[in-house]
Design a protein around this ligand. Structure first.
Ligand code: GLC
Length: 732
């Protein structure tokens, strides 16, 4: 026992230098115990089996994921701390992707708020709930740039733009990790999936990605670099092969860039079974080979598969894996556990975190700010509060589980308030005529249409809730068609025939193509899968208590054939022009002209990046630059007036874009370099300024050097990526 006492005394000191504590503990560990720390299991059953108890005592696992109950975790931790040889605590990880018991909108929805402070608060709330139940590591934020809505995991992404995704990812990390990882209410965040996973060829999940290094660095790595610099505690490797080398065995990614270039010293965990999958990739010959390649590339902890535990000992003995590689991995794991304070305090007594009025109010606010108004013909919205009655129709009007979206692991339907419930509560049941119309989003039957049309006929306005079931969104949920599933288009036609104002609200996990429905609707509100309080948020938006201010973080295509389609594209040598628009969709027109476009659909998106309407009218004008010339190392200030010309106080996300007109590597026609939200009263004008430094103009050239080149630049201060007030300056 004295030995254990000595050890616990040495790392019992709270606040001692973490690295010193790591070294002193590492020096005491056997190779077996080290490899145990590098192993994460999902097999913690409830209640803890004798086998698991014995394995924890033997130091078989360093971490568990998505397993057990708060009570199991507390008991498992007690065993690890007090019944294992060295008392090394376990780290419990979980997919707390957009909330824990209080469910916020999916990340792509949160990104539509363009509100870093707000998403930070949401993450802080999720951390508080999860940590109360013994979770101290969350596998989020996912910061894969996503430009392909066929890919189901676009729902978990922060959209198509590296600047916006970086700002939001850093804010979420700050929310999860708080001021100190040692705060019991803080959790370690996880930058995932490193890297390039969102570029899965053809939008098919887990598929190969081919990303030229210049694009990898300019787009896909940007959010990961920002997160690493901001102190994210962990990274997770991606399932995909990047240019033929699986991310989980990719030393260029995991060592050359992450460690050598970025000097990152956090811990890297593989994705689920991804080490073992190196064999299926055709990259590893067998499990020992997979373990060797993953560890030597830079994976510190293996999630679920057990190649590390099964083979690393011999690999070290045979010199195929250097003991120092193991020690470095274990250092990073132990350092994280020390920083989380896991050595310094008993595990929290098992407690059930419950949503609170505050957390639910925040969830409602995030859902309100995440909604994007896509159409509002003749100011159909907001409906006046004393409007007679409304018909509430559609498969998403009252579906708690769908409303929570993908990865709603710890959400509870009983905490969810749907649009139907919220509208009944705010208008009184007598003024709400409900007819689902379809059993679910994939239902092909028209049997429910008559009741839906009848409900519309008896009402003053028809609110039609369409979209996707949550099971159609997320991991391994790629779609080759982006249409509204089932008979939803037919349902919209039927309801339209009732002749009442038609307001379509869409709840989905990805951009969908719904050109016909949008054409028939008087108003379209895009609400995403928007979490526990999505119903009240939508109700208050429809009746004007809240004003929509969301802006799209991803481009919406007219048809799936346009994908990938995104705003920060290159010009090409033959750019199509606005004069070539107006091509009817579907049947090829008589082809004319030789520019970069289609002959059977307009080349522009249905809705562009950054787009979102309001109930008021914002005008942009009077753009000015602090100087017409910027010198290397200098800055200029770009300012414009934003005026609220309408009758409602409202929030507007003002966006700042640049274009480098000529460069040694062609640059995008527009690139987001700033945004700020302003809240303006009716009639109020605000002068909004953005500071631009020459470093902001840097791009990767063909030799992977980050350079700025002199020449003409355009700047816009804009409501979205296609409009705004424009000026030019010269970089000398
Ligand atoms: C899943 C996902 C990853 C998640 C992990 C643990 O397959 O790819 O995002 O965090 O496994 O559930």
């Amino acid at each position: 026992m004295p030995f254990l006492l000595a050890v616990s005394a040495s790392h019992g000191q709270s606040g001692g230098d973490v690295n010193q504590r790591v070294e002193s503990l590492l020096a005491r560990m056997t190779l077996e115990e080290k490899i145990g720390q590098m192993s994460q299991s999902t097999s913690m059953n409830t209640p803890l089996s004798d086998a698991i108890r014995a394995e924890i005592r033997a130091g078989r696992w360093g971490s568990f994921l998505n397993a057990g109950s708060p009570g199991d975790r507390a008991e498992a931790q007690r065993i690890a701390l007090h019944e294992s040889r060295l008392g090394i605590p376990l780290l419990f990880g979980r997919d707390v992707i957009h909330g824990y018991h209080t469910v916020f909108p999916i990340p792509l929805g949160q990104a539509s708020s363009w509100d870093p402070e707000l998403v930070e608060q949401a993450a802080r709330t999720a951390a508080a709930e999860a940590s109360r139940e013994g979770i101290r590591w969350v596998f989020t934020p996912m910061m894969d740039i996503a430009r392909d809505p066929r890919w189901g995991r676009i729902a978990e992404s922060l959209g198509e733009d590296p600047y916006l995704a970086s700002k939001l990812a850093v804010a979420m990390v700050a929310g999860f990790q708080g001021k100190s990882l040692g705060d019991p209410a803080s959790v370690a965040a996880c930058a995932k999936h490193y890297a390039g996973y969102g570029a899965a060829e053809a939008g098919r999940d887990y598929n190969s990605t081919w990303i030229p290094e210049i694009l990898l660095r300019s787009v896909y790595l940007k959010p990961f670099h920002a997160a690493a610099d901001s102190g994210v505690a962990t990274f997770m490797t991606a399932f995909n092969a990047l240019n033929g080398v699986p991310s989980t065995g990719n030393r260029f990614l995991l060592h050359d860039i992450l460690r050598d270039e970025w000097k990152y010293d956090g811990m890297v965990v593989s994705d689920y079974n991804a080490v073992l999958e190196l064999i299926k990739h055709g990259f590893a010959a067998n499990e020992a080979d997979a373990a060797r390649k993953a560890v030597n590339a830079g994976v510190d902890m293996e999630m679920v598969s057990t190649t590390f535990f099964d083979h690393l000992k011999e690999l070290v003995a045979s010199g195929q894996v250097d003991q120092r590689q193991i020690d470095d991995a274990v250092r990073r794991i132990l350092r994280l556990k020390f920083r989380l304070g896991l050595f310094d305090r008993e595990p929290p007594a098992p407690a059930a975190a419950e949503p609170t009025p505050q957390s639910l109010a925040l969830a409602e606010r995030v859902a309100a700010e995440s909604a994007v108004l896509l159409k509002n013909r003749n100011h159909t919205l907001p409906l006046s509060g004393n409007a007679g009655s409304v018909a509430v129709i559609g498969p998403l009007a009252d579906s708690a589980v769908d409303q929570m979206g993908t990865w709603n692991t710890d959400g509870r339907a009983r905490d969810v308030r749907t649009p139907l419930a919220a509208l009944r509560e705010s208008l009184g049941a007598g003024r709400v005529h409900y007819a689902a119309g379809l059993k679910d989003s994939r239902d092909l039957s028209h049997d429910g249409f008559a009741a839906a049309v009848d409900a519309a006929r008896r009402s003053d306005a028809a609110l039609l809730f369409l979209g996707e079931e949550e099971t159609l969104s997320g991991e391994a949920r790629s779609r080759a068609f982006l249409d509204l599933p089932g008979a939803q288009n037919a349902l919209a036609d039927a309801v339209k025939s009732a002749g009442k104002p038609l307001i379509v609200v869409i709840m989905a996990g990805r951009p969908l193509t719904f050109h016909e429905v949008a054409g028939k609707a008087d108003a379209v509100l895009w609400a995403w899968h928007n979490g526990s309080m999505g119903g009240p948020a939508i109700a208050k938006l429809l009746f004007g208590e809240n004003v929509p201010s969301g802006k799209l973080p991803v481009t919406f295509p007219r048809t799936v054939g346009q994908v990938p389609i995104y705003y920060a594209h290159l010009s090409t040598g033959r750019p199509a022009s606005e004069s070539e628009l107006g091509i009817p969709m579907g049947n090829p027109e008589k082809p004319t002209g030789y520019t970069s476009k289609y002959i059977d659909v307009d080349f522009t998106p249905e809705y562009p990046f950054g787009f979102g309407l309001s109930y008021t009218d914002f005008q942009y004008g009077n753009l000015s630059l602090s100087a017409p010339v910027m010198r290397a190392g200098g800055t200029i200030v770009v300012s414009a007036d934003v005026a609220n010309r309408g009758t409602r106080e409202a929030r507007e996300v003002v966006q700042f874009y640049i274009q480098d007109e000529t460069a040694s590597v062609c640059q995008p026609v527009r690139e987001l370099k700033g945004f700020q939200a302003v809240v303006l009263k009716p009639g109020e004008t605000r002068r909004v300024s953005f500071h631009l430094g020459s470093a902001d103009l840097a791009f990767y050239n063909s030799r992977m050097e980050l350079v700025t080149e002199p020449g003409k630049f355009h700047v816009w201060i804009a409501p979205d990526s296609t409009r705004g007030v424009e000026a030019e300056f010269e970089l000398r």
